[in-house]
Design a protein around this ligand. Structure first.
Ligand SMILES: [Fe+2]
Length: 289
């Protein structure tokens, strides 16, 4: 029988990211994570909400394999982004086939605070990004802590929000940000609007948080225009109340975060002159409750 000490993993070494939201995992190769080392990482993911791994060599197959440890990997309805061979990977790139910057942002919707897959009944659990090529300036990513936003609200407002539901609609958010590139009829039919509670209980930590962002279009039972104004104002406030972490990417950075309790957005960059190629996977989570 093999000596069990040979298969024990070194304890996970974590370092808080500046500002206290998220942690860097030190000395771990994402491509080497296996069945025995995954549970500690997953616990760290639940506690810290956002994990950074630096200097990773992560081929597409290894990224998909790591993603599958979290759950079912989403195949995005906007199929123009699929990386060849791996429909689970969504490539955000501003380069043309010859490798030159096109001047077009690959997904302007990502520039606005949102949570991935909130337009589905079962919303996004984790998203993971791997940085291949980066601009010399700009193009960072920010995350905002929605536990902190909830906890910063006064009890009367929390109680009011707990009874409310918002309708999330990809066709709405997509058209608002990409009016010139509408979804096809088949894509729209695949993702009809869904409603979710504005305050959700995280299914694994049991903590409450605000669940809103840019895919939220209207409020159930509220006049449409009033709901629009309500959502815009609340989206602004929850980010102002939250702890925010801003990441300056380096090539080989890998980040994984919990969409159930974070909003995120990308920062702009010079899409006409600078390259930015990021590989993304999103895991399908639960129906919010
Ligand atoms: Fe996103």
């Amino acid at each position: 029988m093999p000596d069990r000490t040979l298969v024990l993993q070194a304890p996970l070494t974590l370092r808080s990211l500046p500002g206290g939201l998220g942690a860097e995992v030190l000395g771990r190769a994402v491509a080497d994570v296996d069945e025995s080392s995954f549970p500690a990482l997953y616990d760290a993911f639940l506690v810290h909400q956002l994990l950074l791994f630096r200097d990773q060599v992560l081929p597409p197959a290894a990224q998909v394999a790591f993603a599958r440890r979290f759950g079912e990997v989403q195949v995005h309805v906007m199929d123009q982004y699929h990386a060849s061979e791996y429909p689970e990977l969504y490539t955000l790139s501003n380069l043309d086939a010859a490798g030159n910057p096109t001047g077009k942002h690959p997904d302007r919707g990502t520039l606005v605070w949102h949570t991935d897959g909130s337009w589905r009944r079962a919303t996004g659990q984790a998203t993971m990004l791997y940085a291949e090529r980066l601009p010399s300036s700009g193009g960072g990513t920010q995350w905002a802590d929605m536990y902190a936003a909830y906890e910063a609200l006064d009890p009367a407002e929390r109680a009011r929000l707990e009874g409310m539901r918002a309708v999330h609609n990809l066709n709405f958010s997509r058209n608002r940000r990409h009016g010139e590139e509408p979804m096809t009829e088949a894509q729209r039919a695949a993702v009809p609007p869904v409603d979710h509670p504005i305050v959700r209980m995280h299914p694994e930590t049991g903590r409450k948080c605000i669940f809103l962002g840019d895919h939220a279009e209207s409020v159930v039972g509220m006049d449409y225009a009033e709901g629009r104004a309500f959502i815009d104002a609340l989206n602004e406030r929850i980010v102002a109340l939250a702890r925010v972490y801003t990441h300056r990417w380096r090539p080989g950075d890998f980040m994984v975060w919990d969409n159930r309790c974070l909003l995120h957005r990308a920062e702009s960059y010079d899409t006409a002159r600078e390259p930015r190629v990021i590989r993304r996977c999103t895991i399908i989570g639960e129906v919010p409750a």
